[in-house]
Design a protein around this ligand. Sequence first.
Ligand SMILES: C[S@@+](CC[C@H](N)C(=O)[O-])C[C@H]1O[C@@H](n2cnc3c(N)ncnc32)[C@H](O)[C@@H]1O
Length: 273
Amino acid sequence: MLSPSNLGDPELLALANKILADSGFDIRQYKERPLKRRLAVRMRSCQVSSYEEYSRKLKDDPGEYAKLLDTLTINVTKFYRNAETYLAVFGKVLPIILEESQNRPVQIWSAGCSSGEEPYSLAIMWREFSQARGLSKECSIYATDIDAQILEKARAGIYPRSSMDEIPQKLIGKYFENRGDKYHLSQQIKDMVQFEKLDLFSRYPYREVDLIFCRNVLIYFSRQTQEDIFYKFAEALRANGFLVLGKVENMFGQMKDTFVSFDIKERIYRTVK
Ligand SMILES: C[S@@+](CC[C@H](N)C(=O)[O-])C[C@H]1O[C@@H](n2cnc3c(N)ncnc32)[C@H](O)[C@@H]1O
């Protein structure tokens, strides 16, 4: 169960409750200070100075909800972001998953996938890993985000050069076609990833997952909300499943009955048996 609210300011809480009732988006789970900073951006742009006035703006201009969501959910990402994490997963995690999965298909979930660079990097990595071993093992990759618009971009699989500065050059040549100033991802990789809209504050439809990537998403959420999400990830993972966080994120001490550290530097954790 998610904690009901993390917000101390009653006016902000009233606004948060209205947003939840109208749009289903639970901003009460955000850390208060960054939330206020981001709301201030939208309020300045709407030329209102109180949460009450902003609440009226949301009522009068339904388009404002999309802008608010855009401001709160930062979509920055790239292929092979923090490439050393992918190296660690390729070299240390995938061999374990391969051995433990035996004859069953492997399941990977990119939670908070933004425009798709992360789940597609995972698909490329899996393909490279199985090709190097001469395997044709099935791997399902689920990719979810709260932002429906960004998921449309992800499904298209067309990227600017700026999202490719960490992915090895030989993989660009192998899996992308350069047309003009854009890079089109190959259909074989696109076909490996299933995109779905999913709010991390809601229930998760996945079970028996081998590996979850959830990087640069939880940082915006309150500690209590992060903890709730960690427990839900543990439920979605199989015993001894892997969770990879972003370089800015950490597992808390009190989660040690649920997760153990596998690679501290790369923020890789495993569920306890
Ligand atoms: C900075 S991006 C991270 C993308 C990728 N994981 C990476 O590390 O490169 C954060 C993503 O989290 C998504 N997000 C924010 N709040 C969310 C929520 N409650 N549920 C699901 N996704 C959320 C945003 O829409 C955004 O696309």
